[in-house]
Write a protein that binds this ligand. Structure first.
Ligand code: BTN
Length: 327
């Protein structure tokens, strides 16, 4: 209820040509008392909205903060499924954990969970994802794709494409992908993807697409003990990225790619992903479980497994860490 009051007030501000909305007008539109209006204005100010009050004219929204508020995101969402329902959290353990639990509880497909900060952000292979507040994007999307469990890993490529296209939407940067779940800028990791699934032998209950993107974190704040050098979009462009704009565009990209995937299947996603992969044809090293494989990256197969041409033949790899080979 409170959320929709704030949403309506923000909509009133956006739609008034003069920018001024009187307390009486808000109170009439919302059907609540002037005191209730004042409380909501105060709440918006606490959230960082700069709202001036001018006697006999009313309230005017001077500046919106770069907070990820469900009502602001929903106002910008144009998709059919992904982004129609958004849950934003100031702090949570992990948006993936939250989205998986919501999936178990029967939440609808397309639900998006976003946190300003994570205290137990999860990376791939049991690693952690450092998630400071106020700067980056931590988001999980709940899906219920009508596919067999073996095909679900294809959705990692959907997330990767959505992230790459959104980076292109907001900058002149040229993102690259690194199998299986990294997005790079100039050879440094800017985003990581972690898909999790609840399934039975022949049926997917739900999949959560987890996406973590370094948007505004600065070089000095980047973790130093990382397996792969990291960066952020702001470091690469030299200017801050609006989290609100980036998230809105990302949700649109995810929605359009998922709509296409439901009709066309996963192959077009894999083909489009390969166009962002600079390591195809290059000599690479892959650390997988107890061994290191050296060879030429030959591409990915229809299930998204990595194909590496070695002296012993083509190896099909399902999980591992890829690096360009040392010369
Ligand atoms: C990786 O590169 O190892 C994957 C990192 C995935 C991080 C994102 S942040 C949002 C979502 N919630 C999590 O706990 N993890 C993913």
């Amino acid at each position: 209820m409170t959320t929709s009051l704030r949403e309506t007030i923000l909509q009133l501000f956006r739609s008034t040509p003069t920018g001024f909305v009187s307390g009486a007008q808000i109170s009439r539109t919302l059907g609540v008392s002037r005191t209730a209006v004042w409380k909501q204005i105060e709440k918006l100010r606490e959230l960082g909205y700069c709202i001036e009050a001018v006697p006999s004219k009313g309230y005017r929204l001077m500046q919106s903060p770069d907070v990820l508020l469900a009502e602001e995101l929903s106002a910008g969402a144009s998709g059919q499924l992904i982004g129609c329902r958004i849950r934003t959290l100031e702090t949570t353990d992990s948006t993936n954990l939250q989205a998986m639990a919501l999936g178990d509880a029967g939440a609808p497909e397309g639900l998006v969970v976003i946190a300003d900060r994570q205290t137990a952000g999860k990376g791939r292979l049991g690693r952690s994802w450092i998630s400071p507040g106020g700067v980056n994007l931590y988001l999980s999307v709940l899906l219920r794709p009508p596919v067999l469990p073996a095909a679900a890993p294809q959705l990692t490529f959907l997330s990767a494409l959505a992230v790459c296209r959104t980076i292109e939407d907001v900058s002149d940067l040229q993102p690259q992908v690194k199998w299986p779940n990294d997005i790079l800028l100039g050879g440094r990791k800017v985003a990581g993807l972690l898909n999790e699934m609840s399934s039975e032998t022949d049926r997917v209950n739900h999949v959560v697409l987890g996406i973590g993107i370094n948007l505004n974190v600065m070089r000095a704040e980047l973790p130093t003990q990382v397996r792969y050098p990291a960066t952020s979009i702001a470091i690469e462009t030299g200017r801050p990225v609006s989290r609100l704009e980036f998230t809105t565009l990302l949700l649109r990209r995810l929605d359009e790619l998922y709509a296409a995937y439901l009709v066309e299947g996963g192959r077009p996603l894999l083909t489009a992903w390969e166009a962002y992969c600079e390591l195809t044809g290059q000599m690479i090293e892959v650390d997988c479980q107890q061994r290191r494989i050296h060879g030429q990256m030959a591409g990915i197969d229809d299930d998204g497994a990595l194909l590496v041409k070695t002296s012993a033949g083509v190896e099909r790899i399902l999980a591992g860490d890829v690096r360009p080979a040392r010369r």
